[in-house]
Design a protein around this ligand. Sequence first.
Ligand code: NAD
Length: 279
Amino acid sequence: MHATAAIAPAAAMESLVRPALAGRTAVVTGSTSGIGLGIARALAGQGARVVINGFGVASEIEKLRDEMTRRYAVPVLYSPADMSRADAIGMMIDETVRSLGPVDILVNNAGIQHVAPIEDFAPAKWDQIIAINLTAAFHTTRAVIAGMKARKWGRIVNIASAHGLVASPFKSAYVAAKHGIIGLTKVTAMEGAECGVTANAICPGYVWTPLVERQIDDQAKSHGVTRDAVIRDVLLAQQPNKRFATVEEIGALTAFLCGPGGASITGTALPVDGGWTAH
Ligand code: NAD
């Protein structure tokens, strides 16, 4: 025991006390609530400087930013950039670099949902979902990947969905966007592989967040059943473990992929779905 302690390298000892992501700068899109907020908390908890992004009441977001800054003892900034606008995305990345330094970790999480049969699916809704759930990840990745490659380190985590792997009716735009972001993830992984840049997609099944809560009423209308029936027979019907995942679970996996244990994991689409896509 004594001998082992005596020869422990200094770097290994330091890693016991230094949070895994200390000194890294992370941008998490769509992180004023739900999964994105869980991820932003997990990254800040590992010492990363974090930019949170998304919509909400300005005073509540400021309270959240202040609480996170104090709790995790790292700088936390807020960007109101609208992920459906390429110019706003560019400004968010520029401001991050100016305020916190180059982006080391990018989490593309912002996403919206709309449920309707294809024949009733409003084209404007289709465009909006593709823009926020897919095209935004292209713009953010395009803005940061050259720097990551030059610095020989980068982590890109795209929050896809079980719906990136399988389909459900009435979710044409969402399923198309989520399948698309898994394709983008694979290409990003290929392009970053020799330069220390990893890219992975996380594919959650149902996670208890405001987005799911809102779907319950939409689905109840589409299927003509009660909220309880939607939860039991529609949402969790496909999820064999019969429980919603938590935002903390998705946050922990993201932090793992961004930390030293994730260095060789790239180009994957990791289901976190209680067995749904094992069917
Ligand atoms: P949520 O509605 O709780 O949060 C979405 C976040 O995105 C919010 O911060 C919102 O302000 C932000 N946002 C929405 N439109 C935006 C825009 N145009 N620009 C910038 N920010 C915008 O949703 P959630 O459930 O936490 O979902 C987060 C991600 O996880 C989405 O990509 C979603 O598709 C995916 N996902 C969720 C579940 C689930 O069960 N909740 C399952 C699989 C995948």
